[in-house]
Design a protein around this ligand. Structure first.
Ligand SMILES: C[S@@+](CC[C@H](N)C(=O)[O-])C[C@H]1O[C@@H](n2cnc3c(N)ncnc32)[C@H](O)[C@@H]1O
Length: 228
C-alpha cells in the first residue's frame, strides 16, 4: 500500500459518524448543493451507477432519490459502515480501491466520483480504471474541491490556512488532522493538475465532450463527459 493510500485510510477511519454534519459545516453549507449538481448531470434513465469514493453514501442517496440503481464503492470500512446504515440495502456496497476495480469492462451505465483524485498516486491511471467499467456513451462525472481565483483567493487562503485548522482543533475526533491537511492538499493538487492537464487526463482515459462547472466561486469543481 502506498504512503498516500495509507494516509487516506487513516484520515477517514475516525470520520464516519460525524462526516455528514461536519463536512457540510466546513464547506460553509456548500457541498450538499455541489453533490446535487453533480448528480443532476446524469441522464435520468434509471441506469446502473457506480458511485466511487462513496464515503458515507451522500451521493449514492441522491442517486437513489433520482431513480438510479446504485453500487457504492469506497476503500474505507468505517465510512462504508455509515453508508450501509444510510442506504439500508437499497444499494450494493463494495469495499475496494478505485485504483483496481473488481468489475468487468463496461459493467455500469454511468459513474460518479467525489473528492478522490487527491488521494491516489496516479490520477490519470485511476481515471482510466474508472472509465474502463463504464459502457460507451455512459456519463462519467466528478466533484472535487477547487481553488477560487480573483478576489475570493485571499479569503480562501485565509479560510483554509486559519479557519479550517482552528475549527479542526476545536472539533477533534480526527477533524484536527483534516483541518491541517485539507487546504495544502487542495492547493498542491491544483498546482500539479491544473484544469487543462486534468482535461487531457480525462480525454486520455477515454472520456469526451467534457464540460466543467465551477461552483461557489470555484470552491467546488464538477467535470463530466461521455465514455467513448
Ligand atoms: C472526502 S470523502 C468523499 C465522500 C463522499 N463521496 C462525499 O460526497 O462526501 C473521500 C472518500 O474517498 C475514499 N477514498 C480515498 N482513496 C480511495 C481509493 N483509492 N479507493 C476508494 N476510495 C478511496 C475515502 O475513504 C473517503 O471515503
Amino acid at each position: 500500500m502506498s504512503a498516500r493510500t495509507a494516509h487516506a485510510r487513516d484520515l477517514f477511519a475516525p470520520l464516519g459518524p460525524t462526516y455528514d454534519r461536519v463536512g457540510a459545516a466546513l464547506s460553509l453549507g456548500q457541498d450538499p448543493r455541489w453533490r446535487r449538481f453533480l448528480v443532476s448531470r446524469l441522464p435520468r434513465d434509471g441506469g446502473h451507477v457506480l458511485d466511487v469514493a462513496a464515503g458515507t453514501g451522500l451521493v449514492s442517496a441522491e442517486l437513489l432519490r433520482r431513480g438510479f440503481r446504485v453500487t457504492a464503492l469506497d476503500q474505507s470500512p468505517e465510512m462504508l459502515a455509515v453508508a450501509r446504515a444510510r442506504l439500508g440495502g437499497r444499494a450494493e456496497v463494495v469495499e475496494a480501491s478505485a485504483e483496481s476495480l473488481p468489475f468487468e469492462d463496461a459493467h455500469f451505465d454511468h459513474l460518479t466520483v467525489t473528492y478522490l483524485f487527491r488521494y491516489v498516486d496516479d490520477p490519470g491511471a485511476t481515471l482510466a480504471e474508472l472509465a474502463r467499467v463504464v459502457r460507451p456513451g455512459g456519463l462519467v462525472a466528478s466533484l472535487e474541491f477547487g481553488v477560487p481565483g480573483g478576489l475570493a483567493r485571499p479569503l480562501w487562503d485565509l479560510y483554509v490556512g486559519v479557519g479550517l485548522p482552528l475549527a479542526g482543533r476545536v472539533l477533534g475526533r480526527g477533524w484536527d488532522e483534516v483541518g491541517s491537511f485539507l487546504g495544502g492538499s487542495i492547493r498542491d493538487f491544483w498546482e500539479r493538475y491544473p484544469l487543462e492537464r486534468q482535461l487531457a487526463l480525462w480525454r486520455d482515459a477515454g472520456v469526451d465532450g467534457i464540460e466543467v462547472r465551477r461552483l461557489s466561486l470555484g470552491g467546488g469543481v464538477v467535470l463530466w463527459g461521455l465514455r467513448t
